[in-house]
Write a protein that binds this ligand. Structure first.
Ligand SMILES: Nc1ncnc2c1ncn2[C@@H]1O[C@H](COP(=O)(O)OP(=O)(O)O)[C@@H](O)[C@H]1O
Ligand SMILES: [Mg+2]
Length: 252
């Protein structure tokens, strides 16, 4: 069975997609890895240069009544294997409404997938039924946070959601940790916030990862060039930090 990581935080623009693509890209060098884009905005899909027209996407796997096997929605790109998202995913709530197994669609799909050691799921900034699908299918949640004064806004809600899924649908789910991303290290406020985040992580019975992901302009450039950072700028701070992060996850 693969290890399934979900990258989640219901705030937008935090660094979820950047974390998911770097994680999948780096792990993917040594292990058979699948990235799943569960955000209708499709930033990971775009970075991986995957298609959304005339191809099967996550939508077909979990929303469509035909329920295509997920293996048929995998695109093999230069950056790695991905199940692309589709803007139609925004309709998920309505389409799965009243479906008794609506929360288990992704889990069922992954239970029937073979050949992958790691799966990384990028999520949308919301606590909707798609996120539940991801949490129910997952082993570990990685929560990226930034060190600004609003950083921890909404984290309690995310925590409550994760704990509720753990109690009811997926007892093996755990929070791998909070990951401080887009860190400039320039301000005192950032350093103070970091201590604060550490305290909150402890209260959530998890940890703040030791690795801190620093900012680098190459990150955005790589995304625009539709390349993995590890290929585009392997020596930039952000890339070096994500490499350390994968080591901290004890993945070789
Ligand atoms: N380490 C980093 N260095 C520089 N820019 C970053 C870094 N991480 C994320 N960004 C930028 O911040 C923005 C938001 O990141 P993104 O991963 O798309 O967040 P989310 O998926 O949470 O909405 C993007 O424009 C991305 O390029
Ligand atoms: Mg995103």
């Amino acid at each position: 069975m693969p290890t399934v990581f979900v990258v989640a935080n219901q705030k937008g623009g935090i660094g979820k997609s950047t974390t998911a693509t770097n994680l999948a890209g780096i792990i993917g060098r040594n292990h058979k890895t699948l990235l799943i884009d569960a955000d209708p905005q499709g930033n990971s899909t775009s970075t991986y240069n995957a298609q959304i027209e005339d191809v099967a996407t996550l939508y077909d796997v979990i929303i469509d009544s035909d329920k295509l096997p997920i293996s048929e929605a995998i695109q093999h790109t230069e950056n790695g294997d991905i199940v692309a998202s589709d803007p139609l995913l925004v309709k998920a709530e309505k389409m799965l409404d009243g479906e008794l197994e609506g929360f288990y669609r992704l889990k069922d799909a992954l239970d029937n997938l073979e050949g992958y050691e790691y799966i990384v799921i990028d999520t949308a900034p919301s606590l909707n039924i798609i996120l539940y699908n991801c949490l129910i299918a997952a082993d570990k949640v990685i929560i990226p946070v930034t060190a600004d004064s609003y950083a921890m806004q909404g984290i309690q809600q995310l925590y409550d959601t994760i704990m509720s899924v753990k109690r009811r649908q997926n007892k093996d789910l755990s929070i791998a940790g909070l990951l401080l991303v887009r860190y400039s290290g320039r301000s005192n406020l950032e350093r103070e916030t970091r201590d604060n985040i550490e305290n909150i992580a402890q209260k959530m019975d998890t940890k703040l990862f030791k690795t801190v992901i620093r900012e680098c302009v190459k990150t955005k450039e790589a995304q625009e060039a539709k390349k993995l950072l590890i290929d585009y700028a392997p020596k930039c701070n952000t890339c070096l930090d994500y490499l350390d992060f994968v080591k901290e996850l004890k993945i070789k």
